[in-house]
Design a protein around this ligand. Structure first.
Ligand code: EPZ
Length: 460
């Protein structure tokens, strides 16, 4: 039940309310992303332990991949976030039986899944809906998905995804924002990606696993989630080799089968808590793969933080000054673009001048305007931002402009002495499980406030 508390401290069951007053309920649904907010009183160093959830960007590839098994898969360590909820909803809409075994484990039976059209409203809710194109094409020779939504980071073309589908023998068309791909049969091919793309590499594997013959994908993305998808497919009986290197070879097999698979820990969620700890404090970050965190660990150490690595945990501490850095975002194993806004926040209070170059996305400095409201001194020129460290950040009313920009604002608010409010937190909840509880467990003063919109308040 989604329960909200009005100004009169009256609990409202939104499901019951929807049946009574549909127009207001629909207006409310549209507005919900704007009305919830985080209230954070900063200036308290973080101490304690936090456990990292499963990787969003692996989960949103592996869930569509269960379609290929045409069988029962049990997926463990799924993060409880809205992008996963949307992926599960798409699967059940297409005809899969989806059963929750516990909060982070789902049994998914795709044996009788027959749908090939992903509903418009669901596919627009997240970027990763494009993985349903590769998975459905591979199993049924047909798929239709609306142009994907997700964070606004500048142009997000999918030409490299379509390049793979076409090389394997599929035709595509785009009409009224709907992408359709069709193929009588898929045949292995040799593809060189013009651009290193996580999504195109993963869609390449999804579409090639049951194609006839061998597919060679060159200039591939090497992110941990690319490897995780390959491992899942291989557990289902696929023959995918080389994931994690530039060249992936896929030998097509007749059919796949189900399996039980546990998703890797989320590299960026872990990195986000590492930065939060590096603002001042001492935090043990558990359930991580330290190897995946190396690019982040290296930069944090240069910035003056102490990072201690264990088998499946890292401890981050900082007591001295934050030192300025030069950062250039790159595909893995370079410094991840998804960590760039978080590092930007840290560098805004470094002792000196830092330079951050964003080499992956065209439009990933929008958070800087929010940071300036807090007194940060940042000049952006195209793809380069120059941070002149200031003494401290001041609290401010803030917006979560996208997922990682939103996480960066949470860290900024934790650093500022005083109370900040962050709006549009629906973006943050797309990718961070239980962020309020996890931060509270570290001693942060953060709460989530549901403000009931005026229209709803009047109608009650
Ligand atoms: C994935 O997006 C992640 N999303 C993003 O994380 C992440 O920022 C990005 O990879 C880079 O690491 C998911 O995994 C769901 P790309 P993706 O294809 O796959 C260009 C987050 O915060 N490009 O690797 O969509 C593109 O414009 C999100 O968790 C083409 O030109 O990214 C970009 O400049 C945000 N043609 C670059 O490649 C294409 O066909 C990398 O994009 C595809 C991409």
């Amino acid at each position: 039940m989604l329960a909200l508390y009005t100004g009169r401290a009256q609990a409202v069951d939104m499901n019951a309310f929807r049946n009574l007053n549909r127009p207001v309920a629909q207006a409310f649904d549209k507005e919900i992303i704007k009305v919830e907010k985080f209230v954070i009183t900063g200036g308290k160093p973080l101490h304690g332990e936090v456990t990292i959830s499963g990787a969003k960007n692996a989960a949103v590839g592996i869930l569509p991949a269960t379609i290929l098994a045409a069988d029962v898969c049990v997926i463990e360590n799924l993060p409880d976030i809205s992008d996963v909820a949307v992926s599960l909803k798409i699967l059940s809409t297409l005809g899969a039986q989806v059963k929750m075994l516990n909060r982070n484990t789902y049994e998914i039976d795709t044996t009788h899944l027959t749908g090939t059209n992903v509903p418009d409203d669901l596919s627009r809710q997240m970027r990763a809906s494009y993985y349903f194109l590769g998975a459905l094409l591979s199993r049924f020779g047909r798929a239709q998905v609306a142009m994907p939504g997700g964070c606004n980071l500048g142009p997000r073309p999918i030409d490299q995804h379509l390049k793979v589908f076409s090389a394997l023998g599929a035709e595509d068309s785009v009409d009224y924002g709907m992408i359709t791909v069709r193929a009588k049969e898929l045949n292995g091919a040799h593809i060189f990606f013009d651009k290193v793309s996580v999504g195109a590499t993963m869609n390449g594997m999804l579409s090639a696993v049951m194609a006839k013959g061998q597919t060679i994908l060159e200039n591939c993305a090497k992110e941990p989630h690319v490897v995780d998808l390959a491992n899942f497919l291989n557990m289902c009986g696929a023959d995918v080799r080389g994931a994690g290197t530039d060249v992936i070879k896929v030998r097509g097999v007749e059919k796949l089968h189900g399996c039980t698979y546990s998703i890797i820990p989320d590299q960026i969620e872990a990195g986000s808590y590492m930065v939060a700890a590096a603002t001042g404090g001492d935090v043990l970050i558990k359930n991580v793969t330290p190897k995946h965190l190396e690019p982040i660990t290296a930069k944090l150490r240069r910035a003056g933080a102490e990072v201690e690595e264990f088998d499946d945990a890292v401890r981050v501490r900082r007591t001295g000054d934050i030192l300025p850095l030069k950062i250039n975002t790159m595909p893995h194993p370079g410094f991840p673009t998804d960590m760039q806004p978080l590092m930007g926040v840290l560098l805004s209070v470094a002792k000196g001048t830092s330079t951050v170059t964003e080499s992956v996305w065209d439009n990933r400095f929008r958070y800087v305007d929010e940071l300036r409201k807090m007194g940060a001194s940042v000049q952006v020129d195209g793809q380069v931002a120059v941070f002149e460290g200031v003494e401290k950040l001041s609290p401010a009313p803030l917006r979560a402009l996208d997922l990682r920009a939103g996480a960066a604002m949470v860290v900024a608010a934790l650093m500022a002495d005083g109370t900040s409010e962050i709006e549009e937190i629906g973006h943050i909840e797309r990718g961070y499980e239980n962020i309020v509880e996890k931060l509270r467990g570290l001693g942060a003063d953060i709460s989530k406030v549901d403000r009931v919109p005026a229209a709803l308040e009047q109608a009650l």
